[in-house]
Design a protein around this ligand. Structure first.
Ligand code: SF4
Length: 536
């Protein structure tokens, strides 16, 4: 059995769940100040899905179990191996799960992997037989006596579940949600704070699951058939860095007339290897880029005017998600507000803010530890970048770190409005620019998004305009201007839709605001998947 750690997650408990750290990536660290406009969804535990798909032994993946689900599964089948995947914050849950396994399934070998393995002295904190650092597919294949160099088979992964915004849960039809593709893990840029880069080898290293654009094209075509999607969430820390692979993929897409959409992560230096046309032809419609801080000196940002780059991307219909660090070494109470103002002036569609955090395994952790500045009494459950510093900062106190972080989220929302409005604006800019473009694949992509969504966006804009009228008249006016533009560009049905759907969305939004004020939280569903299974 391969399991993620148990929930519920969005609550404070003795095992390390924290209400401030729910299992919702966007709501947790990107849109959490946006109230009912926050984008809420759950993502599967991809590591254990990848391992399951690439071993031939009978196996079960148990994702987001409760403790009761986990105990039931342990006692209702005889498992030789129980693997647990976890991040650092959940080490308390891993400890408890190991205890449960020893008691309920004493014959099982316990294997623990994921970022939790980077904690110094983890061997003495949990009762596991094997602790796996780095990429786990080859480890598990080796352990089972299978060919660790066999080609990687990609599981069919739907990118998000139970998506919710403005108080409405979006329908989960086949093909309505993107497929997640994982071409590589790790990133060779090796930024000092980056856990993913450090976990898969650090500076100069990464693990490629698919070396060529041809390989990637085959995987994406298979996902297109299996999941009926044309949209892909490419979970690669720096997808555009591998230009040769991306350009070969583009050639295959052109050859086959594929009008795919891609959401990717990339550093500024990697993005600059492409022209805007190449990005648009490749189908890049959403891009997560680290802005960090203009004064931090990261090599990936050298020589780039990130504000101009973000603006240019948006003008070409590419939604930009910026990511900024709060509490870098040069930050002081006197300069941090100006840095936050600089960050929000990028006017990105989404903006993640994270505290500068020495996380075990990273070069930053080693440096801060060597300098004697780690705050050792902090519970691992509170080291996730959304709470308070876990180290002694030269100029900013632990309490103030949280205040500045919260202010950054608030300021971005206040100045730029809800992300839903911003992505509608970027989509419209792309549509206007590319609706008559010579490449039919590009035209088709923008037409598809406008066709499906213009009525929905117009209705959402109608509701947002009303909702913001009293609390932020400036943003409400901007939303209104965009709504009128949508009206001009939309077909008859989409033009009529806001009259019906708008009031419904406004009512749902207000209902959601009340629910959130009462402390409503959301949890992912428990998922159980068996492969090569033979019932005894
Ligand atoms: S560029 Fe991004 S993914 Fe790569 S090491 Fe730096 S922070 Fe990590």
């Amino acid at each position: 059995m391969l399991s993620s750690v148990f929930g519920p997650y969005a609550q404070d408990d003795e095992f390390g769940s924290r209400s401030i750290n729910p299992m919702e990536l966007y709501h947790n660290q990107v849109t959490r100040a946006q109230g009912s406009f926050s984008l809420r969804m759950f993502h599967r535990s991809w590591g254990i899905m990848m391992i399951q798909e690439n071993i031939s032994e009978p196996s079960t993946v148990l994702d987001f179990p409760t403790r009761e689900d986990f105990a039931r599964e342990l006692t209702s089948h005889r498992y030789d191996i129980v693997g647990i995947s976890s991040i650092i914050t959940n080490v308390g849950k891993v400890r408890e799960m190991c205890r449960m396994i020893r008691k309920l399934s004493p014959q099982s070998v316990i294997v623990v992997g994921g970022h939790v393995a980077a904690i110094p002295g983890i061997e003495t904190m949990i009762d596991a037989d094997h602790i796996v650092r780095g990429e786990g597919i080859s480890w598990m294949r080796r352990y089972l006596g299978e060919d660790e160099n066999a080609p990687i088979r990609h599981p069919a992964i739907v990118s998000g579940m139970r998506t919710r915004i403005m108080g409405i849960r979006l329908p989960e039809r086949k093909g309505a949600t993107a497929a997640t593709i994982i071409p590589s893990v790790g990133c060779p840029m090796g930024c000092n704070f980056c856990t993913t880069s450090a976990f898969f080898g650090g500076k100069g290293k990464f693990v490629n699951f698919y070396e060529t654009g041809d390989d990637l094209f085959e995987v994406m075509s298979r996902m297109e058939n299996e999941l009926k999607v044309q949209s892909f969430f490419v979970m690669d820390e720096n997808f555009l860095l591998h230009r040769e692979r991306a350009m070969q993929l583009l050639a295959r897409m052109k050859e086959a007339g594929k009008s795919w959409t891609m959401s990717v992560f990339a550093s500024a230096n990697a993005i600059r290897k492409y022209t805007m046309q190449e990005l648009v032809e490749l189908g890049v419609s959403w891009l997560w880029m680290g802005l960090e801080s203009p004064r931090a000196g990261y090599s990936k940002l050298q020589g780039t005017d990130t504000r101009q780059l973000a603006r240019e991307l948006r003008e070409h219909g590419i939604r930009v998600q910026g990511s900024t660090i709060i509490g870098l070494e040069h930050h002081t109470p006197d300069n941090i507000m100006a840095e936050i103002e600089h960050a929000v002036s990028h006017n990105t569609d989404f903006h993640q803010f994270m505290l500068y955090t020495p996380v075990p395994g990273t070069p930053l952790y080693q440096q801060i530890e060597a300098e004697g500045r780690l705050l050792r009494e902090i519970d691992y459950a509170d080291i996730h970048g959304q709470f308070k510093f876990n180290f002694q900062h030269a100029a900013i106190s632990r309490e103030d770190s949280k205040r500045f972080l919260d202010w950054a989220f608030w300021r971005d929302f206040e100045l730029n409005g809800p992300s839903l409005y911003r992505i509608a604006r970027t989509l419209l800019a792309g549509w206007k620019r590319y609706k008559d473009w010579p490449d039919a694949r590009v035209r088709e992509r923008f037409a598809r998004e406008m066709g499906h969504l213009s009525g929905v966006y117009s209705s959402a804009l109608w509701a947002m305009e009303k909702q913001f009228r009293k609390v932020n008249a400036r943003v409400s006016e901007q939303i209104r201007a965009l709504r009128l533009e949508f009206k001009r560009e939309s077909g008859f049905v989409s033009r009529m839709m806001p009259a019906v759907l708008g009031p419904v969305l406004l009512w749902a939004t207000r209902r959601e605001e009340k629910r959130l004020a009462r402390g409503k939280t959301y949890e992912p569903p428990t998922i159980l998947e068996r492969r090569n299974w033979v019932e005894a």
